[in-house]
Design a protein around this ligand. Structure first.
Ligand code: SF4
Ligand code: SF4
Length: 483
């Protein structure tokens, strides 16, 4: 980087301007600042407990779900090879894609709603980046100590003790990451079968790729990238401000109460010293996983984890001051000194009510549609290899291939029928058995009286009815007459 030159006194004004312009051209402006490693200090308190609660809950679901059995199969399995999703008693086929869309819409609307009400709840408590960073940090603390010990050790030369601690941490990080990658793939390949394959090292290329890719992503994101994922990679951090308003609950510093900040003894009266409640201990910055100072106001880097609120409460307790100098509140509430009930009263504002009503509508529609869903699907395909052909009794025959997908957990019998042309009938088997949660292709011969004067192509309808009363489906196709 070239430093700008200072013009000498003998230089003319024009020369000065030229020199300045040329030095500006030469100067390289770095758009990036060097990354400074953050050593978050451990913290305990209400919000830390909530976060650990979510860590346990989300990981219990993630690590535990693939091991649950449902009858003879894995309870939750996204079998991409067979193009079938199993979610407990529900068997979904690609034709049920609408439910996946519904689930995504519900997730997006929930995110909008929670963000409008209480800011980045997802980021601070349940996002995988937060959850795995918390787990990896916990391992780091157990092996290398809290913030000051880690900082001191990183500044020291390598020793046997430092190597042993770092190696132990790496071993545990890699183990957690590999188990996470294995579990992730276990949602797509039956996990017990996957475990047996791992033991004899017979994973398919794709399984191996995804186990290692997911493990590597977990290791890198939670072990090293940490807050940089939230600050530079996650798009949600960027568009969240569009969902905030002055009544959104955020982690906020009460400037009016805290300033002017300054150190003082526990016994000193801040009013006499002309100080606010902030003792300028810097602990809120030290516990922050993104390394920001909440006292500077709302910043996009803040993931709303509440760690600064927890630690500040412990400081307030020690000083004998009221808690809540850093707290969950709204911009309006802090400015206008609202009570808790006034804050709660402002939760139910138009945007929250609109998000809630749309969300409730989509959830109800999804459940109703699932409850009314006919648990089998049919695809009709004309057999293009065999066009219309003349058969006995002056009849014309067309061949069709029907794929019947049984989305129930028991074998089902289906009755086939066809209509649309006078005298149209099925000449092949009219009853078909399909095994539980299986799809079956059947060839269907359809015959109609030959009619050279009519149109060459005529619409027909197949009806497929479950013999056990699950419902009846109708599928369109066309019947061709020979020319
Ligand atoms: S933890 Fe509380 S008292 Fe300490 S610097 Fe932060 S805001 Fe001030
Ligand atoms: S400022 Fe506070 S709430 Fe925001 S990320 Fe830092 S510690 Fe968490």
């Amino acid at each position: 980087m070239t430093a700008p030159q200072t013009p000498g006194p003998a230089e003319s004004t024009g020369a000065t301007a030229n020199a300045a312009s040329s030095s500006r051209d030469d100067a390289e402006v770095s758009l990036y600042i060097a990354h400074q490693k953050i050593y978050p200090r451990s913290v305990s308190g209400v919000f830390a407990n909530w976060r650990w609660g979510f860590v346990f809950l989300t990981q219990l679901v993630f690590y535990g779900l693939p091991w649950l059995e449902w009858g003879q199969r894995q309870a939750v399995l996204f079998d991409l090879t067979a193009r079938r999703f199993y979610i407990f008693g529900l068997v979904l086929y690609p034709q049920d894609f609408i439910y996946l869309t519904g689930l995504l819409v519900i997730s997006a609307l929930s995110l909008f709603l929670f963000t409008a009400v209480a800011g980045r709840l997802w980021c601070g408590y349940a996002c995988p980046q937060t959850v795995y960073t918390e787990i990896f940090l916990w391992i780091e603390r157990k092996l290398e100590g809290d913030r000051s010990a880690r900082m001191r050790r990183d500044g020291q030369a390598w020793s046997a003790e430092k190597f042993a601690r770092k190696a132990g941490k790496q071993f545990l990080w890699v183990s957690v990451a590999l188990w996470t990658g294995f579990t992730f793939v276990g949602f797509f390949t039956p996990i017990r079968q996957l475990g047996a394959q791992v033991l004899v090292w017979q994973l398919s290329a794709w399984e191996m790729f995804w186990v290692f890719f997911y493990s590597f992503a977990t290791y890198g994101n939670a072990g090293y990238l940490r807050e940089q994922v939230c600050k530079y990679m996650c798009p949600y951090a960027r568009f969240q401000s569009a969902m905030y308003d002055h009544d959104t609950l955020i982690v906020t510093y009460d400037t009016e109460r805290g300033e002017p900040r300054g150190a003082r003894s526990r016994k000193a009266d801040p009013a006499q010293l002309g100080l606010g409640s902030c003792v300028d201990c810097d602990l809120c910055v030290q516990v922050c996983p993104t390394g920001i100072d909440i006292r500077k106001g709302l910043q996009y880097e803040c993931i709303g984890c509440g760690a600064c609120a927890d630690v500040c409460d412990t400081v307030m307790d020690k000083m004998g001051y009221a808690r809540g100098l850093v707290r969950y509140s709204t911009q309006n509430a802090v400015k206008q000194h609202w009570t808790r009930s006034q804050i709660v009263g402002h939760i139910f504002r138009p945007r929250v009510l609109i998000y809630s009503s749309i969300l409730a509508g989509v959830v109800v529609a999804m459940f109703v549609s699932l409850a009314l869903r006919i648990p089998f699907k049919v695809d009709v395909v004309r057999d293009r290899a065999v066009m219309a052909r003349q058969v006995e009794d002056d009849k014309v025959e067309n061949l069709f291939r029907l794929q019947i997908m049984n989305a129930t957990e028991s074998p089902q019998k289906f009755r086939l029928d066809v209509s649309g042309i006078p005298g149209l009938a099925i000449a092949s088997e009219r009853e078909v058995m399909v095994d539980a949660a299986q799809a079956r292709w059947v060839v269907v011969n359809v015959r109609a009286p030959g009619d050279e004067s009519g149109p060459r192509s005529q619409p027909i309808h197949f009806s497929i009815e479950s013999a056990s009363g699950l419902g009846k489906l109708s599928e369109k196709s066309v019947f061709l007459m020979p020319r």
